[in-house]
Design a protein around this ligand. Sequence first.
Ligand code: ATP
Length: 136
Amino acid sequence: MKTFAAQIVSSDGMFYYGRLKNLIIPAVDGEMGVLPGHEEMIIALKEGIIRYQDAKEEWHKAAIGQGAIQFANNRCTIVVDTAERPEDIDINRALDAKRRAEEKLHQKLSEKEYRLLQSSLARALTRLKLMNQDRV
Ligand code: ATP
């Protein structure tokens, strides 16, 4: 069975370390699949849901913030600002963050404030999407 080495690191520490058979990532241009033996790459990741299949063929998913992925020598390293498994997500916190961001988006903002807020909203929406609460 072909696998590749993978580590997912967030600002909270090591999120995942192990071997994977399959990985689906939210690249800036859209979802992208990564299989063993993938060609070398370094690409940016946007806020979204990451799905990965471990060596036991079990699929897992997580909400991630912005970051990057590197693939080289059958080894994948993902560095993201945040990463949460479904069981770790606080839905009310994400709903509050979404409401706060949406309210502030109506205010006068600098370009930097606007970008940070968009990113915060995207993280909240991703967390809600992972929990199937994104239509609230
Ligand atoms: P908030 O405004 O609620 O803090 P945020 O998007 O600004 O949300 P982040 O900066 O993305 O928060 O994350 C800070 C830390 O809190 C990270 O460890 C992240 O994994 C965690 N976190 C943020 N929101 C949630 C949530 N809804 N459920 C669980 N963990 C969360």
